[in-house]
Design a protein around this ligand. Structure first.
Ligand code: BGC
Length: 573
């Protein structure tokens, strides 16, 4: 099969939280490998692992000190080899997180840059500048960091005097690399090869669109950085180089980019000679709002079609409050992480029953639309966001960086519940999970949901099974049946595949509606007497369109009905 990624279902694992193999309370590679059967039974095509590389863990692995090694917290290179081999045995591909915008401040390149002083080739790998003011003791410009505070930090020069400043889009422990320097491009191309050689099927590229900064470093009105992303930005040459590296390998390796840019900019990054897929954050932001969902679907499909790229569909990830909680509010995205803002993720008055019902319906949209779908671990269990973590257990660097005003993303990163036993099966009985797991999640555990016909897990398993067997779901062409603006609380579309069409009906309203004729493949709520209840979605296989011959026969039938039957004259009658 070629270009598997065009309609793949890719499952994001947050390695700290999926499964703890060695019993220290922290998820790890062995814990993932041991649970591969679960992933195979779920029916996904590929995994994306958030970073597991050597890291001081200031931003939970998004601060890498050695791109060619695994952090001991998660295991060893051999554990990764075993994970990849096991996944491949199950027919599951493995994609890894690739973090090119910044390294850790403990990376050997950065310590050498600080030690080597002004004007050195080591400094030229990062973004060092002299400060402003008479003694250079003011930052080079007013740009703010995404995690709060200024985006410049001053170093001491090797002789101990106050020195230059370096730029960091995120925390000070995450210095940004200088992507205008060919040495940086060459080094990261070599890192890609390292993992491709070890069998990685692809990458998720962190903050992909931010690699190049305006090198005039002007102050801005709001302190927002200026990050050129358009056609002329050198960032596209970087991705062309990465594409050449990946294309030299067999087996359709794939890269998906993370960007919060507008659709037209996103599509530049997924032109045929750049990367393959881009996360579609518009879809996350659309919540459970008919017109917004439709607009998000249409605009990303149109922008991507213009460059021949498929679209991705995503509702949850490790930076965004979980959709069950988000959708349980009336606001569509209050408190969610929008790249560049990192809002708080605190929810007021969440109606979990409503949120779960909406999330079930949205799952059938996510998995029907044409393109690749992402599922974030625990989404298939309907886990809610945990918004009442006590201050003392918070781990996200945003909490401290914001002066303890923004609580950060821990609430969507709680370990996955597997059983109803000790530590809900995430870790051994005596271990202390790195974030506390709510005891009431026993009822949401895999063991509790496994055999229940109406659980979220069963819905996802069924949806993935039906999608896999279909030429229409995920793979076909989308045709709207409901007119735009016809009704804000109804979305109807056909997914037209080879020889089959599946109608996707999404009832966002408070009342039941009639389903079309056809075979009901799956519904997010029980259907009775051909009626889809309120706040629900269904997949209905439409009866095959009649062939030309069938249509002729039926036309002749209509004609004969119209002609009065002339009694046959029998001789002698
Ligand atoms: C990742 C975040 C991370 C940030 C800095 C993001 O886009 O998804 O989890 O904190 O990049 O690396």
């Amino acid at each position: 099969m070629t270009e598997w990624w065009r309609h793949a279902v890719i499952y994001q694992i947050y390695p700290r939280s999926f499964g703890d193999g060695d019993g220290d309370g922290m998820g790890d590679l062995a814990g993932i490998t041991a649970r591969m059967q679960y992933l195979a039974d779920l029916g996904i095509d590929a995994l994306w692992l958030s970073p597991v590389f050597a890291s001081p863990q200031v931003d939970h692995g998004y601060d890498i000190s050695d791109y060619r090694d695994i952090d001991p917290l998660f295991g060893t290179l051999e554990d990764m080899d075993e994970l990849i081999a096991t996944a491949h045995d199950y027919g599951i591909r493995v994609t890894l997180d690739f973090v090119p915008n910044h390294t850790s401040d403990q990376h050997q390149w950065f310590t050498a840059a600080v030690a080597s002083g002004r004007g050195s080739p080591e400094r030229a790998r990062y973004l060092f500048r002299d400060g402003r003011g008479p003694n250079g003791d003011e930052p080079p410009n007013n740009w703010k960091s995404v995690f709060g505070g200024p985006s410049w930090t001053r170093v001491d020069e090797p002789d101990g005097s106050p020195g230059q400043w370096y730029y960091h889009l995120f925390a000070p422990e995450q210095p940004d690399l200088n992507w205008r320097n060919p040495e940086v491009v060459a080094e990261f191309a070599s890192v890609l090869r390292f993992w491709l050689d070890r069998g990685a099927d692809g990458f998720r590229i962190d903050v992909s669109d931010a690699l190049i900064k305006d090198d005039a470093w002007p102050d801005t009105a709001t302190g927002e950085p200026i990050i050129p992303k358009g056609e002329d930005s050198p960032v596209h040459e970087v991705y062309r180089e990465f594409r050449r590296v990946m294309d030299a390998y067999p087996g359709d390796r794939m890269a998906v980019i993370e960007t919060g840019a507008e659709d037209e900019i996103v599509s530049l990054f997924i032109r045929p000679d750049e990367m393959h897929l881009a996360f579609n954050f518009k879809f996350v932001h659309a919540g459970f709002d008919g017109p917004k969902l439709r607009a998000a679907i249409d605009s990303s499909l149109a922008a991507n079609a213009a460059v021949g790229a498929p679209t991705t569909w995503v509702t949850d990830n490790h930076d965004t409050p979980r959709s069950v909680s988000r959708l349980g509010q009336n606001a569509t995205l209050a408190g969610a992480y929008v790249p560049g803002t990192m809002a708080s993720g605190i929810f007021q008055e969440v109606d979990l029953e409503l949120g779960t019902r909406r999330a079930r319906a949205l799952a059938l949209v996510l998995l029907a639309l044409p393109g690749a779908a992402y599922i974030y671990n625990g989404q298939e269990l309907g886990l809610p966001n945990v918004d009442d973590l006590p201050d003392e257990v918070l781990q996200d660097p945003i909490w401290e960086r914001s002066g303890r005003t923004v609580r950060g993303r821990d609430g969507c990163r709680i370990p996955v519940p597997w059983t109803t036993g000790a530590n809900l099966g995430f870790s051994r009985a005596r271990a202390k999970p790195w974030l506390p797991i709510p005891r009431e999640w026993a009822s949401l555990s895999v063991a509790a949901q496994h055999a229940s016909a109406d659980s979220m897990l069963t819905l996802y398993r069924e949806a993935l099974r039906v999608r896999r067997a279909s030429t229409a779901l995920g793979r076909g062409t989308l045709r709207w049946v409901s007119a735009p603006g016809e009704a804000d609380d109804l979305l109807v579309l056909d997914m037209v595949g080879e020889g089959s069409t599946v109608r996707v009906v999404v009832n966002l309203s408070g009342a039941a509606i009639d389903l079309p004729e056809g075979e009901l493949l799956l519904a997010s709520q029980p259907v009775s007497a051909g009626q889809l209840p309120a706040i629900a979605a269904a997949w209905v296989a439409l009866p095959p369109a009649p062939s030309i011959a069938d249509r002729l026969i039926s036309a002749v039938g209509d004609l004969t009905e119209a002609i009065p039957i002339v009694p046959t004259l029998r001789p002698g009658g």
